[in-house]
Design a protein around this ligand. Structure first.
Ligand code: CA
Length: 229
């Protein structure tokens, strides 16, 4: 799940960025409206959710929203605003905002609003992915393995392992390239080393090995990987 966060207040931006990453979201954080638009244009189809502050240097949150909707993007957008004046809410909703959060707010409320947006968004369905005996719950952010008797055994994964498995499970039986994985799962600003994807796949396979799933993800030499259903 990749989120574009646009917030110019450094302390608040940092707090949201950290909270979302703890919850296994991939976060690109832009601190002004123009930078945010560049992120959107270069990662157009990759974002699942966006959080726009209302007042920003460069393009405002409202202007970003209008531009998005003018391009027929259905990306779910949560607007952050210090204003709770009725006319602003109306302007935001008219421009296509999906929800609002008035500052100051608690991180628990922000996370709850994002989960609600995900549930409502047809883009982000299905909530549960299953490949073989593996079940990944996008809502609860958990993974479990169904054994022969139908019992669930949960599998503990780090954030990156979870994101990687989610990506594979969304593309079963398809070859995904190393570049696709890197672009999808690492923040645009991340300083990644060249075989970061291979290293992460190795870690994930080790976890999957514990219940006999070591061969679920096969290497397609010189290209990338494929998850077998
Ligand atoms: Ca602001």
């Amino acid at each position: 799940m990749r989120v574009l966060l646009v917030e110019d207040e450094p302390d608040l931006g940092k707090a949201i960025d950290r909270t979302l990453k703890q919850e296994k979201y991939i976060v690109d954080w832009a601190q002004d409206g123009n930078e945010a638009w560049e992120y959107l244009e270069s990662h157009w189809t990759q974002y699942n959710l966006a959080i726009f502050d209302w007042l920003l240097p460069g393009l405002s949150g409202l202007e970003l929203l209008r531009r998005l909707r003018a391009k027929n993007s259905a990306l779910p957008v949560l607007m952050l605003t210090a204003k709770d004046r009725m006319e602003d809410k109306v302007a935001g909703l008219d421009a296509g905002a999906d929800d609002y959060l008035v500052k100051p707010f608690g991180m628990a409320e922000l996370l709850a609003r994002l989960r609600a947006l995900q549930r409502r968004s047809p883009q982000i369905q299905p909530q549960k992915l299953q490949v073989g005996n593996l079940v990944l719950d996008c809502g609860n952010r958990t993974v479990c393995h169904l054994d022969r008797s139908g019992k669930n055994q949960s599998i503990f994964l780090t954030n990156k392992e979870f994101q990687l498995l989610e990506y594979f499970m969304k593309h079963p039986n398809q070859i995904v390239t190393t570049d696709q994985i890197r672009n999808q799962l690492w923040e645009a600003s991340a300083d990644t080393f060249s075989n970061v994807v291979a290293a992460q796949v190795r870690l994930l396979r080790r976890k999957l090995e514990s219940f006999g799933g070591a061969n679920l993800i096969e290497t397609v030499h010189g290209v990338g990987y494929r998850m077998k259903n």
